[in-house]
Structure formats: C-alpha cells, structure tokens
Design a protein around this ligand. Structure first.
Ligand code: 5GP
Length: 205
C-alpha cells in the first residue's frame, strides 16, 4: 500500500503577532510535526544557530538558491530575504510526516499556489491596538519602522480570506490547543480516510 503523504501546515500572519513564539511552544507538544528550517540573508541574532534557527546565507547564495529552483517560496521582508528550502519539505511530506512552515504572508500565498491542498492557518492578533503595543514593546524599532509595520499588518489582515483557519493568539497555550485541534481534525477528514476503507472492503469481500 502506498504511504499517505503528510500534511503541509502553513502558520502565517502579521508581523509581531507571535508566530515564532507559538511555533516554539508547539514543538514540545507536537513532537511528530517536522519544523522546516528557513534560509535567510539577515544576520543571526544572539543565540541563533546556523541550521537550527535558520540557514544563514549571503545574498549571492540566496539568489543562487532561487535560480536553481531550490525555494518552495521566498519573500523580501524588512530588507532581508527569507525562504523555505523546497527539497526538505517535499521529501518529508513524501515520507508521510506532517511539516509546518512558520512564514510571513507573501510566502504563504506562494505556497498556496504550489500546494493548494496545504492547511493555511492565519494567526491573528486579538486586535490591532494590541499588535501595535507588541511591536513597540520590543523597543527595537524606530517610529517609521513601527508605522510601516502597522501598514503592512493592516494589509495582511485583509489576506485572511486566503486561509483555511484563523487562530487568535490571545494566549499562546490556547493558540497551541487550537492548532492541535486543527491537525487532529484534518487527519480525520473523510478524504484522508475513505481510500483505506475502500481498500479494506475490496480485500475482505
Ligand atoms: P525574523 O527575522 O523575526 O526571524 O522573521 C521575520 C519574519 O520572516 C517573520 O514574520 C517570519 O515568520 C518570516 N519568515 C521566517 N522564515 C521565512 C520563510 O522561509 N519564508 C517567508 N516568506 N517568511 C519567513
């Protein structure tokens, strides 16, 4: 019998909504999920490890990966490139394992073009005001950059319509529970179950 492909989960949403935090909190809870490591041209932050947090690349290296069709998606975000190495994702799905991408919205839309069967989860802030305080709360951004991030966020919220699910990140633990519920329900979908039952009927009768 052929191996069922894994689910491709795309966790995306506006800047500052807490995608990274939610993804990190999911890891110990969903040990069967495979986390795709992105490539980026941005400099490593303190404590970040090449190959674990990101594959840190020069601009030339990143562009060469694009040219050689090695990116499932990529986007320029606040002056740096970010992208998902394609081969790892495809091979892992073929092995029947579920893969999660934590990416910004431009990238998510590209994945939707290539993998319409993916499960697109929009992580939403409880409200825009709180998003503003979360971004400013980091204390690392200039006024201009804050304003730009807010404009980007507003446009991103319009994009919710392209997603299958909206998960509000009011509390990280609750957001994780909602994502786990989505994954369980997706595995129970008729489309993923019925072929096995049909095979069984043919074998038995
Ligand atoms: P940071 O620099 O804070 O790690 O990430 C900045 C943004 O890039 C976040 O919104 C994160 O979700 C997004 N990001 C990380 N990896 C990828 C990727 O492979 N592709 C895309 N399109 N966005 C990514």
């Amino acid at each position: 019998m052929t191996q069922d492909k894994g689910l491709l989960l795309v966790l995306s949403g506006p800047s500052g909504v807490g995608k990274g935090t939610v993804c990190a909190a999911l890891r110990p809870q969903m040990r069967d999920l495979v986390y795709s490591v992105s490539a980026t041209t941005r400099a490593p932050r303190q404590g970040e490890i090449d190959g674990v947090n990101y594959f840190f690349k020069s601009r030339d290296e990143f562009e060469s990966m694009i040219e050689h069709d090695q990116m499932l998606e990529w986007a320029e975000y606040v002056g740096n490139f970010y992208g998902t190495p394609r081969q790892f994702v495809e091979e892992t799905l073929e092995q029947g394992k579920d893969v999660i991408l934590e990416i910004e919205v431009q990238g998510a839309l590209q994945v939707k073009e290539k993998f319409p069967e993916g499960i697109f989860i929009f992580l939403a802030p409880p409200d825009l005001k709180e998003l503003h305080s979360r971004i400013t709360g980091r204390g690392t951004e200039t006024e201009d950059s804050i304003r730009n991030r807010m404009l980007v966020a507003r446009a991103e919220i319009e994009l919710m319509d392209y997603y299958n699910y909206v998960v509000v990140n009011d509390e990280v633990e609750k957001a994780c529970e909602r994502i786990q519920a989505i994954v369980v329900a997706e595995h129970l979908k008729k489309e993923r179950q019925i072929a096995k039952y049909r095979n069984w009927i043919e074998e038995v009768f």
